[in-house]
Design a protein around this ligand. Structure first.
Ligand code: GLU
Length: 507
């Protein structure tokens, strides 16, 4: 590649950034970093109707949380700014004029009512070569009439003059050549005098050109706009420096039937946004990966594999490894099913990678929320080390380990039914006597001694050990029994067995 790689992520601040948008940002970032290029964050806020306060901050915070670093943008600055489209009005005005002067665009005065009337009159009405002369625009009206309308303050739009009957080729690095005949395109609005703002199409092309973008990597939903964009490059005379197009496959619903939506997340209980979002208008709260307990590294890894693969079965990859391995050749054309169970699996894997000390720190707020305090870091760290292989989220530590902090007051009914026999209280009373004799309550010593005692007395190993566990844990699951008793200590262990004997009854 001769040209310097410069990519952009160009979200519109119309609400929380969807997880699909995050994947687009991530692929841009991986591609830029791999090629030693630059990543631009451009805020496309030209649709004043759809602007949502807080959305821009949300975008910045999301990318920062995930470790997607921006080289040029509103916050970062850069030599091609401003990076917010609403601050680039002069530039767009100038470019609209260039097209008008070259006869590649025209003014249209049709009111919304007139357009609606036309739609009622003509089936499948499209503003194009076949209809434009029957409309009120600078092609159908005389120069004097146009001038009079403008002088009179009439609102107008600028439309792109599309010549029909031409094959327009979009070269997409994932999809190959996509050819569309210009006759199917309409004369798109490029600018609106009412708010002195360009539409997405004009602003996007002008900015990609001026910001020297080399690759436009974006979601598949923008593919239908690409032929129009190719024609705009041509109209400006910029074909030689036109960026390469890359349209990423859609993220599909978990069952593969249709595009992933916010409703799928609500219905199936997984977030479709990176961070929790509080809608400023409705007050509605949408869940986010961060608040749901995902580690950013896990989300990055999970998203990277939704539409791309490294060419082998490697699944766990750090950001650095993703940067090294990423390639457009291995991006798929077909949509990627959003397998949120796999997302949990990634989180599980990344949690296992954390040090027990780190995990203990993350567990502390959960403990506090459950009214637990006063335990040493060392104690919490040991608890974590015993149960972490059973968790997908930090909060799961509580479900898995609460008996290390609160003695059971209830005993799992099925386990009781299965494990509590008539002679169990008597057996456990003898076990208490034996435990009382132990000087060394460490895992290895207690284990050897208790197992020896069971064997010497000819007791049934399973019966004793399961009943023992039931009294201490409240259930018949958990890590190695003598690791638990070592941490709880002799006194607490014996107290629990005693309480179990008193409280467990079989109907
Ligand atoms: N502003 C568009 C969006 O919100 C950008 C599309 C593009 O990348 O060209 O997704």
């Amino acid at each position: 590649m001769n040209q310097k790689v410069r990519v952009r992520f160009a979200p519109s601040p119309t609400g929380p950034l969807h997880i699909g948008g995050v994947r687009t940002a991530l692929y841009n970032y991986l591609f830029a970093r791999q090629h030693g290029g630059e990543m631009i964050l451009r805020i496309e806020d030209t649709d004043s109707q759809r602007f949502v306060p807080g959305a821009e901050d949300y975008i910045n915070e999301s990318l920062a949380w995930l470790g997607i670093k921006i080289d040029e943008g509103v916050r970062e600055g850069g030599q091609y700014g401003p990076y917010k489209q609403s601050e680039r009005r002069d530039i767009y005005r100038e470019h609209v004029k260039m097209l008008l002067d070259a006869g590649k665009a025209y003014l249209a005065f049709d009111t919304p009512e007139e357009l609606e009337a036309k739609r009622q009159e003509v089936a499948n009405f499209q503003y194009d070569a076949s209809t434009r002369l029957s409309m009120r625009n600078s092609l159908s009206l005389s120069a004097d009439e146009v001038k009079a309308l403008i002088d009179n303050g009439e609102k107008y739009v600028v439309r792109f003059l599309i010549e029909p009957g031409r094959d327009v080729v979009v070269n997409d690095l994932i999809r190959g050549k996509v050819t569309i005949n210009s006759s199917v395109l309409d004369d798109k609005v490029l600018y609106k005098s009412a708010d002195d703002l360009p539409t997405y199409h004009l602003a996007n092309i002008v900015d990609d050109h001026l910001m020297q973008v080399s690759h436009v990597i974006r979601g598949e939903e923008w593919l239908p706009s690409a032929p129009l964009h190719v024609l705009l490059y041509e109209a400006f005379g910029w074909t030689d420096t036109m960026p390469a197009f890359v349209h990423l496959p859609l993220l599909l619903k978990p069952d593969g039937k249709g595009k992933l939506s916010k409703r799928d997340g609500d219905r199936l209980g997984f977030p479709v946004f990176p961070l929790e979002w509080h809608d400023p208008k409705s007050g509605e709260i949408s869940s986010g990966y961060r608040e749901a307990g995902y580690l950013p590294e896990a989300v990055v890894n999970f998203l990277a594999l939704l539409g791309w693969n490294p060419g082998d079965d490697t699944e766990i990859m750090s950001m650095q490894q993703l940067i090294e391995k990423f390639s457009l050749d291995h991006c798929s054309k077909s949509g990627a099913k959003f397998d949120f169970e796999k997302g949990k699996w990634f989180n599980h894997k990344y949690l296992q990678e954390l040090d027990n000390e780190q995990l203990a720190q993350l567990f502390k707020p959960v403990l506090e929320a459950n009214g637990i305090s006063g335990y040493s870091d060392q104690y919490i760290t040991r608890v974590v080390s015993m149960v972490k292989d059973r968790i997908n989220f930090v909060r799961d530590l509580w479900d898995q380990a609460q008996y290390f902090f609160v003695a059971p007051t209830e005993y799992e009914a099925k386990a009781v039914k299965k494990r509590w026999k008539e002679d169990t209280p008597q057996l456990l009373n003898s076990l208490i006597d034996h435990l009382n004799t132990l000087e060394d309550f460490s895992c290895a010593a207690a284990e050897t001694s208790v197992i020896g005692w069971i064997t010497d007395n000819g007791y049934h190993m399973g019966n004793v050990m399961n009943a023992f566990r039931l009294t201490v844990v409240g259930d018949c699951k958990g890590p190695h029994m003598f690791d638990i008793t070592e941490l709880l200590g002799k006194e607490e262990t014996i107290a629990r067995v005693r309480r179990g004997i008193e409280n467990i009854t079989v109907e």
